[in-house]
Design a binder for this molecule. Structure first.
Ligand code: IPE
Ligand code: IPE
Ligand code: MG
Length: 245
């Protein structure tokens, strides 16, 4: 008997292509980011409707500080505005907001909104929206290694028994499950320092669609693609096939 293929519990998206979307239309890049925020709202809702439990969105990387100051300023302004506008919606729709990344380096106004939204939605458990903000895997690992070493020095971690299960508790994602599906829009096929360790066994879906154009149908297509994959986690195909199939 065939059971319905599972919806990925945790989907992570590298939202890319806002700038190209705008440039193609003769608009300033920031217009693409503004449209990208609208896509965030629509895709977050679609993911929840489709049964996804956690959605992680790569919104700003540690490398994105290399962009022109006016673009960074505009992105931070959009983020602050989005958080202010969405809080009621998060509460109403039972969405828990979380962040991963060095949020302490973000503008004070953004930090205040994040604290407010995280505190107000902490108790909600049905669906979690994780914003990766000032996130970079290598920074995350370096910070975790420092904290882990300090814990070993203080006798809080065994010095002779380093394991992934111990170390992962020092990552930003300590209390979050690994992503099942990682999507990248805009045709680029790289990770750009996103969840390098956590995506060790994720399935990947790359689409040429630019983020402002990414729709519910595109998310459904990505999930359908995921559902055709066989996740083996090192085992053989025969081992992971349910008996009788
Ligand atoms: C993604 O779109 C948004 C961020 C990285 C903040 P881009 O701004 O990278 O768009 P492209 O890649 O220049 O088209
Ligand atoms: C990755 O996109 C970061 C985010 C989506 C926030 P970029 O557009 O910054 O990635 P690169 O520089 O093209 O690799
Ligand atoms: Mg880009």
């Amino acid at each position: 008997m065939d059971s319905a293929p599972a919806v990925p519990a945790h989907v992570a998206i590298i939202m890319d292509g806002n700038g190209r979307w705008a440039t193609q239309r003769g608009l300033p890049r920031i217009e693409g980011h503004r449209r990208g925020v609208e896509t965030v709202r629509a895709v977050s809702r679609a993911a929840r409707d489709l049964g996804v439990r956690m959605l992680t969105l790569y919104a700003f990387s540690v490398e994105n500080w290399r962009r022109p100051a006016d673009e960074i300023g505009a992105l931070m302004g959009l983020l602050e505005h989005y958080l202010g506008r969405e809080l009621d919606n998060f509460r109403r729709e039972g969405i828990r907001l979380r962040t991963i990344g060095r949020t302490a380096d973000l503008p004070a106004g953004v930090q205040a909104r994040l604290r407010e939204a995280e505190a107000a939605t902490r108790h909600l458990t049905g669906y979690t929206l994780v914003l990766a903000l000032n996130y970079g895997s290598r920074t995350e690992v370096a910070e975790a290694a420092r904290a882990y070493a300090a814990a070993v020095a203080a006798g809080r971690e065994p010095a002779d028994a380093a394991s992934w299960e111990h170390f992962r508790r020092y990552l930003y994602t300590a209390d979050l499950p690994d992503p099942d599906l990682v999507i990248r829009t805009s045709g680029e096929t790289r990770l750009s320092n996103f969840l390098l360790l956590q995506a060790a066994y994720a399935e990947f879906h790359f689409t040429p669609v630019l983020w402002p154009d990414f729709s519910r149908a595109d998310l459904e297509a990505a999930i359908a693609d995921y559902q055709r994959r066989e996740r083996r986690f090192g085992r053989t195909s025969a081992q992971v096939q349910p008996a009788g199939v």
